[in-house]
Design a protein around this ligand. Structure first.
Ligand SMILES: [Zn+2]
Length: 261
């Protein structure tokens, strides 16, 4: 890690400050664990526009499961700010936000966690890694309607994404990538990260990635957004926020359309 990399508290500061000042955001921890003498926690934030009790669309937003990809964590802070500035956009949603899924890796500036594992290959395999145990429990109990993971790719020159789960997922990623193009170009290659891709969309994925429990029915929509790691961080953050906002708008539109059929 470069000496200038922010501490965990600094990385999360925009979200922590907002949680302290705003009724729409609440902060807590998914759980604690120790590595040697050091104690780590998995931060969680919940965004909800009003306190009115009603059915809401629940989404899980995950970032920094690869410790050396902090742009996603910063972007989730930007998203909450954007939602506060545009109250209509977060309407009907309850967003569960996990900005730092690999705090030990983040502090070391590494993709892997302190135990040397790529946490994004450990899911639903009986992993004993504390981050994975906590997140699997959360994914099982929350039963999210949609799951979005933010990553950065140091081999890509453009934005792209993976789709999984519900068949409508692709119809959410398309407008998301189109929106992100306002900030960064899309990766149009036919082969990305070893996978076949069309217009920046990949329909398969690595085994063991953070996703809904395999037995979940109906399957939620699942999107993995990737920005080019070498691009300016502020542009990556913008691309993420543009894409996330597009997904929120489009998913609500799809649901209201379905409700009116
Ligand atoms: Zn990653």
């Amino acid at each position: 890690m470069t000496p200038s990399a922010p501490s965990i508290e600094e990385l999360l500061l925009p979200l922590l400050v907002r949680a302290g000042q705003s009724d729409t955001l609440r902060a807590d921890s998914l759980g604690l664990w120790h590595v040697g003498e050091e104690r780590f926690w998995l931060p969680r934030f919940v965004f909800q526009r009003t306190s009115v009790v009603k059915p809401r669309i629940t989404l899980g937003l995950f970032a920094c499961i690869h410790g050396d990809e902090p742009a996603g964590a910063l972007a989730l802070g930007d998203l909450v700010q954007a939602l506060d500035e545009n109250p209509g956009m977060g309407r009907e949603y309850q967003l569960w936000i996990y900005p730092l899924c690999n705090p030990t890796g983040y502090l070391a500036g590494t993709r892997h966690c302190a135990a040397g594992k790529d946490l994004n290959r450990e899911f639903w395999k009986g992993s004993g890694e504390p981050e994975v145990v906590l997140l699997e429990k959360e994914l099982r109990s929350k039963k999210f309607d949609g799951i979005i993971s933010l990553h950065t790719d140091d081999t890509s020159d453009g934005v792209y994404g993976f789709v999984r789960g519900a068949t409508l997922t692709e119809h959410l990623l398309k407008p998301a990538l189109a929106a992100a193009e306002e900030a960064l170009p899309r990766n149009q290659k036919a082969q990305i990260d070893g996978f076949h891709a069309v217009d920046g969309i990949i329909r398969s994925a690595y085994d063991g990635i953070l996703c809904a429990p395999p037995e979940t029915r109906p399957a939620p929509f699942e999107i993995i957004l990737e920005t080019p790691h070498h691009a300016c961080v502020s542009l990556q953050r913008q691309a993420f926020v543009l894409a996330l906002k597009a997904i929120l708008v489009e998913y609500r539109r799809m649901l209201s359309f379905a409700a009116n059929i």
